[in-house]
Write a new protein. Structure first.
Length: 884
RNA sequence: GCGGGCGUGGCGGAAUUGGUAGACGCGCCGGACUCAAAAUCCGGUUCUGGUGACAGAGUGUCGGUUCGAGUCCGACCGCCCGCACCA
């Protein structure tokens, strides 16, 4: 095949340095012209879908963002070479708060700001040479995308997966606006500084809790997910079996309640109960507050903090004694005081607990503060009863019941069962006193956001008909363009006419829903949309089902729970509503580490970007100064690359100075991909030296090699065979490393192969041998194996070696098993568990032979000093250990 | 506060998952080439003692299991991620 003229070698003399600036742009346009990364839906090859979590278009991309795309690209290019039809798309998670903040600060329309950022970032990404099918690109703020999302919402509504409930939000009383948790700092609004209040709002929820059991069970099937992510999701879903117990009030509570219901997973500790606690949001708390001013003040106090669980749980435990009492179910005459307590969450169980201080840390902290009794009722076996006390630390371990009447002597599980059995059989206020219950920590997903820059929720509120869905024909509900950000709060709500609409049912004057959807909704199905990005329905089920699941998903560990769980839920909901037929969205998951960089600060504390800094090392001490003024600069801690710390490096300057290949190579070298990598100028230089080294090797050898595709080999010297062995070992090892996403190891093996080629090259040559053939094989393998990492250099080198086809069109090399087999192996020889020598044995030596050889070894004789060995442990192929 | 993870030379890390601790790279030291420098090439580089062969110590700290522990178990220290309205 003839190459287009633009691809003719730019370098003629082999001594010239490799110039990535020209070369990279050129190969990128060749790939583009040939449409190599387009993936047709009707391709007979097996499919492979590789996806990296799509970016938020925050402004400019920095090199830190590009690490996970580089990983994905290595996988994509590798799979293509293995004969797969690879889907590797890119898009933009484009709704969200930063666009609104920019609008307020800079008077830019969120839409304009977002699309301008996307344009910039797309250009930046393209510099990196990723093998992406750009024809499938979309942004979640595209009308085309959010229109389909509204369709999904309405289908979910029909399927009973949408609910309307009340939920708390952070309210800034000065700005008169709802705040996100991250906008609440130490209980105050980030802009106004006002003390945040909690407000109840009626909002839209997706019924993820209906799938709690299934989402939990199916975790077992996700074999190619990191264990830690599965564990985190398991804990998050938080299935627990327990008992709902109905405590009787002594007397009547406000509002006429006779019963206080609690949920507990520890009914065995019932005899250790010393108080009851209600959530400040419990209905009974409100009843009490209606007539009790102090209770009202306490609840108000609890509500003067953010709504996040973190804020609730890190606050010092406090409570208010309501004066109410409940009867202990088993102890006649024993009454337990009822508190309202700040650490009890309304969202879990019944919003009320019985406190057993000895066996729950939160209860203990609370009891110690209010002088409530602490009675240990579960005692570890190894401690005597008289010695067992609980003071500052609750006892959570196993043991036997004490101080517990009929439970005494039982184990924890047995006691739980006994309490359940007895209470179930007893009636209070016309119902059994207890019932077994399975509870989940997972709550329904509140998707309402009081913001402009999001997907409008396609509902209409009518005075008579209630909440009515927008009719199919009226979709999409578009965001209005003429909005103002002069005031905080939701511009949709303030808009003079947008929300005015006729009720689709009765035709009366009605009002649009002004809340938009949580941006997590946008990212919960984008992976499915990529399979048919322009379709007039959310998906084309046959196409989506053929491409999905994503074979390899790559993204940050910070998404371990919410994004991944929501996507798993959406997959089920979309299957339920006929848009997909799929069990799980992501068959393989990999969580990559971040790119971190030193920070630099001027004496006044202002951050400086790396390009304005010169770092010097004098007698082991690194010192930084300003590149222009020479003024000293403080080297700060190493942190995640971020705009605010100004410790970013852009793709442009890397592309300009070293080339994308150097950056790609460096980011995957050294650090294992799941861990952070520290970007440093020295590291980049090192990677670039390797690029130049490969170029010298290839151009230096090209003229003297037999032509590409020569038959062979003829006679080979010992050294030639050694090089062939090294080549085929590298093919095996690099392949395995990429398969397992251990890119740093793959790179180490490639270094090794390059070293072996250099050693072979500098050795004595026997003219009667086909050394050039072995050398060509080694160089070609090296180029093909590094192709996924440094695709531009690989193409250029491949061409220099006389090939017409592109690396991007060439099959992955295969290792020859005959060259991988070793006839002799070297076993480490230990004496008493410490390595003393190496033992060279035949590959198929028997255990007895190895044992004899070990005992005969000089070092064994020396260490045993004539005593007979007590034991010889032989692990075939691994190790020999002589125990003396 | 709760949940999850991580910790190995001067530095990034490797170690076939219980079997040679330090692969590979960076840095540093020495040498070659050069008028010189850069670039490049070759050699060395965990620590301690020894000219050396070699010996001892060593994977955050303390303890345990094992013929054998970076890897498994327990306690502690430090750092990172998440906690439902950041994306």
């Amino acid at each position: 095949m003839d190459l287009p003229p633009t691809t003719m070698p730019s370098m003629t003399a082999s001594t010239e340095r490799y110039n990535p600036r020209n070369v990279e742009a050129r190969w990128q346009s060749v790939w583009e012209e040939r449409g190599l990364f387009r993936c047709p839906d009707d391709d007979p090859r097996p499919k492979y879908y590789v996806l990296e979590m799509f970016p938020y278009p925050s402004g400019r991309i920095h090199i830190g963002h590009t690490r996970n795309y580089t990983m994905g690209d290595v996988v994509a290019r590798y799979r293509r070479a293995r004969g797969y039809n690879v889907l590797h798309p890119m898009g933009w998670d484009a709704f969200g708060m930063p666009a609104e903040n920019a609008a307020m600060q800079n008077k830019v329309h969120p839409k304009e700001w977002t699309y301008a950022n996307i344009a910039t970032m797309r250009d930046q990404l393209k510099l990196m040479g990723f093998s992406i099918d750009w024809s499938r690109e979309f942004a979640t703020c595209d009308e085309e995308y959010y229109a389909q999302q509204q369709r999904l919402f309405l289908d979910f509504l029909k399927a009973g997966l949408v609910r309307r409930k009340s939920a708390k939000v952070n309210w800034d009383p000065v700005d008169q606006t709802v705040l996100a948790n991250e906008q609440v700092i130490d209980g105050r609004g980030w802009r106004s500084g006002a003390l945040v209040e909690q407000r109840e709002l009626t909002q839209w929820f997706l019924a993820i809790s209906d799938y709690a059991d299934e989402l939990l069970e199916a975790l077992k099937t996700l074999e190619r997910w990191p264990e830690k992510v599965r564990i985190m999701q398991e804990k998050w879903i938080g299935r627990s079996e327990g008992l709902r117990i109905r405590f009787q009030f002594a007397g009547t509570a406000p509002g006429g309640a006779e019963i206080l219901e609690v949920f507990t997973t520890r009914p065995d500790t019932l005899f250790g109960a010393s108080f009851m606690a209600l959530s400040p949001d419990h209905p009974l708390s409100a009843e009490i507050a209606a007539t009790d001013e102090k209770a009202r003040a306490f609840i108000a106090e609890c509500q003067r903090r953010g709504t996040s669980a973190e804020a609730v749980e890190t606050a010092e435990k406090s409570g208010y004694d309501t004066g109410l009492k409940v009867r202990h179910p088993f102890l006649d005459g024993k009454l337990l005081p009822v508190y309202i307590a700040n650490f009890v969450l309304m969202g879990y169980g019944t919003g009320a607990i019985f406190g057993c201080p000895a066996h729950d840390q939160r209860d203990l902290d609370f009891a110690n503060r209010y002088g409530l009794p602490v009675t240990p009722v579960v005692k570890p076996d190894e401690v005597a009863e008289a010695d067992f006390t609980v003071l500052e630390e609750a006892y959570l371990g196993p043991g036997r019941l004490v101080h517990s009447d009929f439970l005494n002597g039982m184990g924890v599980e047995e006691a739980k069962e006994e309490v359940a059995r007895r209470l179930e059989g007893r009636q209070v206020a016309g119902a059994p006193q207890a019932s077994r219950e399975v509870n989940f920590r997972l709550r329904d997903w509140g998707i309402s956001r009081q913001r402009y820059w999001g997907c409008p929720i396609p509902m209409i509120h009518c005075r008579t008909c209630g909440a009515v869905p927008v009719p199919e024909a009226d979709l999409p509900v578009r965001l209005p363009q003429d909005i103002d950000f002069d005031k905080p709060g939701n511009p949709l709500d303030r808009h003079p006419s947008w929300k005015d609409v006729a009720c689709p049912q009765c035709g009366a004057q009605a009002r649009r829903e002004t809340d938009t959807m949580d941006t997590f909704v946008d990212s919960s199905w984008y992976f499915a949309r990529f399979t048919a990005p322009r379709a007039a329905t959310p998906t084309v089920p046959e196409i989506a089902n053929a491409w999905l699941p994503v074979d390899q998903y790559i993204g940050g560990i910070e998404h371990a729970i919410l994004h991944l769980l929501y996507s798993r839920f959406f997959t089920r909901a979309m299957t339920e509503t006929g848009h997909l037929d799929l069990a799980e969205p992501f068959a393989g998951l990999f969580t990559q580490g971040m790119v971190v960089h030193e920070t630099y600060r001027e004496p006044d504390g202002a951050f400086l970007p790396p390009e304005e800094i010169v770092v010097e090392e004098k007698s082991g001490v690194r010192q930084a100064r300003h590149a222009k003024t020479g003024a000293p600069v403080e080297i700060g801690p190493i942190e995640k690359m971020s705009k605010s710390k100004r410790n970013t490096v852009g793709p442009e300057e890397i592309s300009r100075n070293y080339g994308a290949d150097t950056a790609r190579w460096f980011m995957l070298s050294d650090s294992p991909p799941e861990r952070d990598v520290q970007w440093s100028a020295a590291g980049v230089e090192g990677a670039h030296r390797f690029v130049q080294r490969i170029w010298r090797m290839v151009t230096g050898a090209a003229a003297s090699l037999p032509p590409a595709g020569s038959p062979g080999p003829g006679r080979l010297s010992e050294a030639d065979i050694g090089l062939r062995r090294a080549t085929h070992r590298a093919i095996r090892d690099v392949t395995e490393a990429i398969e397992n996403l251990r890119f740093n190891r793959a790179i180490a093996f490639l270094h090794d192969l390059a070293n072996q080629i250099a050693i072979h090259d500098s050795g004595d040559k026997d003219d009667s041998c086909d050394s050039g053939w072995a050398q060509r094989e080694a160089l070609e393998s090296l180029i093909l194996l590094m192709g996924p990492f440094m695709p531009h250099l690989a193409e250029e080198a491949w061409q220099v070696l006389g090939h017409d086809r592109l690396v991007a069109e060439t099959d992955w090399p295969e290792a020859d098993p005959a060259l991988l087999r070793e006839d002799e192996i070297i076993l480490p020889l230990q004496v008493n568990g410490k390595k003393r020598d190496d033992l060279k044995v035949a590959r198929d030596a028997s255990v007895a032979e190895i044992e004899a050889a070990a005992l005969a070894a000089e070092c064994v004789q020396r260490f045993l000093e004539g005593r007979p060995a007590r034991k010889v442990i032989v692990v075939p192929g691994r190790i020999v250990n002589v125990v003396g």
